[in-house]
Design a protein around this ligand. Structure first.
Ligand code: HEM
Length: 271
């Protein structure tokens, strides 16, 4: 987001080395896909891209070139791994901190899913669990600064003139913690997403995936992953404090993403 800060990074060389290894891995993956490529049996995004690449071969304005494929796959990996994992880590931490909510989720799992494999289609019958997953995302606020954007033309927004080419940081935190939208913005409070009868309610201000045309491309996948992994983990385990620990610090480690501080956790199998 701020390329000039690159030179102040202590672990600059390690980061570049890791990025290099990551690119090597992606190149090996492409080579493998190219070897087994079958136009009549496209197995993945990479296959579809490589076929378009063949179609546009020789064009002077080629878009589907290797450099673009590498960056796209890199974006899917980086955008799609830490985000979901960090949200789940917040989820387990919050369940440990608030055992009453954990118990209620487990009761709903027992009622709707039992010992079967949790599926995304169960979500509609599980308003409390759905509200808890939404509240985890709201409270954790894992991408507080969103990604940087730039105005493509002159804009006047709420009386402010913003010239074309201005670097914009749309703060998602300011929406996720907006006290006009959420009754107790600083607390973990699943009722933010429930009505008085316990039905799930959508909130326009719920935008951990941002909004507009450039909102998260993986939102649908991420929502499925979060629901299925969270319910599966709570179906199989109860998360609690280790015996020597009595409380946990919920303030995040601040970086581009908000992650939980290192902590201990007990996962007790449920028989
Ligand atoms: C809890 C999980 C996730 C959260 C909170 C999240 C959040 C975000 C946010 C805030 C943005 C920036 C949107 C903007 O610029 O306005 C973004 C972009 C993006 N995300 Fe996610 N994301 C998650 C999971 C995923 C997954 C699973 C994938 C793909 C496998 C993914 C792929 C992307 C991509 C490709 C972009 C760039 C979209 C673009 O610039 O057009 N994300 N995400």
């Amino acid at each position: 987001m701020f390329p000039f800060l690159e030179y102040f990074l202590v672990s600059h060389k390690t980061i570049l080395k890791n990025v290099g290894e990551f690119y090597d891995f992606i190149s090996r993956m492409f080579a493998e896909h190219l070897r087994n490529l079958d136009e009549n049996d496209q197995r993945s995004f990479i296959d579809a891209f490589l076929i378009r690449q063949k179609e546009e071969a020789g064009s002077p304005h080629a878009y589907f070139h290797d450099g673009n494929l590498t960056r796209l796959v890199r974006n899917l990996f980086t955008g799609g791994t830490e985000t979901t994992a960090t949200t789940l880590r917040w989820g387990l931490l919050l369940m440990m901190k608030y055992p009453k909510f954990q118990e209620k989720v487990q009761e709903e799992i027992a009622l709707v899913i039992g010992s079967a494999q949790p599926m995304y289609s169960h979500r509609g019958q599980m308003p409390f669990t759905n509200a808890v997953v939404h509240e985890i995302q709201r409270f954790a606020d894992i991408v507080p600064l969103n990604l940087g954007h730039e105005t493509a033309k002159d804009v006047t927004f709420r009386g402010y003139f913003i010239p074309k080419g201005t670097y914009i940081i749309p703060l998602l935190s300011s929406v996720l913690r907006d006290e006009t939208q959420f009754e107790k913005p600083e607390e973990f409070y699943p009722n933010h997403f429930l009505d008085s009868k316990g039905n799930f309610i959508k909130k326009d201000a719920f935008m951990p995936f941002s909004a507009g045309r450039r909102a998260c491309a993986g939102e649908t996948l991420a929502r499925m992953e979060l629901f299925i992994f969270f319910t599966t983990l709570l179906q199989k385990f109860t998360f609690s404090f280790p015996s020597e620990v009595t409380d946990v610090d919920l303030s995040p480690l601040v970086a581009i993403t908000n992650t939980p501080k290192p902590h201990m956790i007990c996962a007790v199998p449920r028989c």
